[in-house]
Design a protein around this ligand. Sequence first.
Ligand SMILES: Cc1cc2nc3c(=O)[nH]c(=O)nc-3n(C[C@H](O)[C@H](O)[C@H](O)COP(=O)(O)O)c2cc1C
Length: 159
Amino acid sequence: MNCIVIYFSRRGHTKAVATEISRQLNCDTKDIVPAKWYSGFYMRCLIRSYKEKRDGILPPIRGKLNLSLYDTIILGFPVWWGSAPRVIFSFMKSHKIQGRRIIPFCTYRGSAANADKDLTEAFPDNEWRGLFAVKSAKAKRCSKEVEEFIKKHNLKQDG
Ligand SMILES: Cc1cc2nc3c(=O)[nH]c(=O)nc-3n(C[C@H](O)[C@H](O)[C@H](O)COP(=O)(O)O)c2cc1C
């Protein structure tokens, strides 16, 4: 198994979980960087992200990753409006990763229920696993949860 952790994080919670997963698995990690960063002002970010979701926008992201070496993508995002931020959809669309196994994870403040539904429906050609959800308040001390997550999916890094 060759894994990579790919994530988007605006405020660092999802990054903390991504870092812990890649540390425990000893695998690569990369972040998704929107071409136009999301405002630090919560209301502005809420409004922009709401419009993006409502209109099905694919916000441009920076760069392109060579993912040909990886059979498993561990894909992280903060829950936005009960779903994944639209930059995650941009990432999925702009990389040729059909058929690849994707294990989604998220951080959230209130509820993560079905936050992966829009994604799995939009990209049915991937092999999706169940969503691993970590509450924001736990994101910076999630080593136990990550340990269980790795065990549950029997994740192992080659080499
Ligand atoms: C635009 C926006 C929408 C959000 N929507 C939700 C939501 O629907 N449900 C929820 O539980 N948390 C929601 N949150 C809270 C984030 O999911 C939570 O703070 C997350 O851990 C932030 O991750 P980050 O630090 O990696 O950016 C929202 C936050 C923002 C900025």
